[in-house]
Design a protein around this ligand. Sequence first.
Ligand code: HEC
Ligand code: HEC
Length: 294
Amino acid sequence: MLASQYKGCAAAGTRYASFCKLLNNPSALELDEVKWLLLRSLQVTALLPLISVPLLAQFPHSPVDPDRRDRGAAIYAGKCASCHGDDARGTANGPDLIRSLPVLHDRREMLYGKELGPLLTTLPGHSYKFNDKQLGDLSQFLTASINGILRSGGNSQPTGLLNGDAQAGEAYFNGAGGCTKCHSVTGDLAGIGKKYSASALQQKFLFPNSGLFLKKKVQVTVKLRSGKTYTGDVVHIDDFTVMLREKSGETLSFNRVPGITVTTDNPYTAHEELLRKYTNADMHNMTTYLDSLK
Ligand code: HEC
Ligand code: HEC
């Protein structure tokens, strides 16, 4: 009984697999998983007593209505598949949704898109205004996709991640990719292949700006008519308002009225541009090269 639950559990997305490893093989935990578990345990102390059978038992059962799933599949195919892949396992243009925390949370809590809805209007590049019915359908499609992976029992590691050419990856790193402008394989990226699994590593260099622990955040400076300036991490920014968090931790909000100037400093611009440049081969070569840095 327990063994089969653990098996289902290990087949889940990385995040939940972390729980399984914690229970069964803590020494195999990766750094980002440890951080994630730590954060979870701090954030939701109430969850700790639950890291056991009741939590794991939820994995295999998130019911799906086939009609809703099929309607969701149609929405997904039309609007999301081009970037997140036909099977929601990600492409060079969008991350894996099967391992995405908000998607897993939606499934586990059976939220029918209640939290995904707002996210799909605010994530960079996403401005999808779905109604509740469409969101529910989309949620049922994603839930069904995750269920399918759990049931198949295959670990959700995409295959063929490390079949690139490490030397070509190295040449790209030092040349066309321009990576050495900001990174060094003997400095900040030393041993990066040890730090992450191949799929986590690929996510990291494709989308360094997504995930829970960002070393750098997009900065914004607001200059008022009086000349007074405020700088901090962007909390929210649109055509009408800017919200920022100062170093002190204080959150400030400004209306973008005439006379106010707003400038942003985005440390991830280079990575966003690279996303448009990589060919499939560049991507595989880079993953293979970075993975070899052990
Ligand atoms: C043009 C490409 C593109 C399309 C189309 C697209 N996405 Fe995305 N999506 C992305 C990228 C890139 C990110 C990462 C954004 C970031 O973290 O800054 C992302 C992030 C996400 C995330 C958050 C993942 C996480 O764990 O952080 C979700 C959920 C998501 N997309 C769902 C959808 C859905 C559902 C659709 C269709 C309605 C869709 N996306 C359409 C490119 C796309
Ligand atoms: C203009 C600067 C810049 C360039 C050019 C750049 N990066 Fe980055 N990269 C960043 C920043 C900023 C981060 C996020 C903060 C950090 O991890 O240092 C990041 C993060 C990463 C990470 C995640 C590191 C970790 O420990 O989580 C990897 C891997 C990475 N970049 C690889 C690359 C590769 C490969 C290239 C070239 C194809 C590249 N970067 C080009 C600025 C850059």
